[in-house]
Design a protein around this ligand. Structure first.
Ligand code: CA
Ligand code: CA
Length: 85
């Protein structure tokens, strides 16, 4: 679940793939992997769900969240929050 582009890893590229897919681009998105929240539709909610999932994964990997790549992370999450409210 979450491997939108089917390359075997779940990362920011999958968020980008899923985002482009729901934005109307012709980009492929594996249906079984893109319905992140499992409600039967692939839409902005799944982009947000995947983005949050990745954020949680990254937070789990570091013992000190906010101490590493703080500027980059805040920029990324800020832009997504702006997009999806
Ligand atoms: Ca992937
Ligand atoms: Ca969904």
């Amino acid at each position: 679940m979450g491997d939108a582009n089917g390359d075997g890893e779940v990362n920011n590229k999958d968020v980008a793939t899923l985002f482009r897919h729901v934005s109307g681009s012709n980009i492929k998105c594996l249906e079984e992997n893109c319905d992140i929240n499992g409600d039967g539709d692939i839409n902005n909610k799944d982009v947000v769900a995947l983005f949050r999932k990745l954020s949680e994964m990254q937070t789990t990997e570091t013992d000190e969240p906010g101490m590493i790549n703080d500027e980059t992370d805040s920029e990324d999450s800020g832009s997504f929050n702006d997009m999806f409210g």
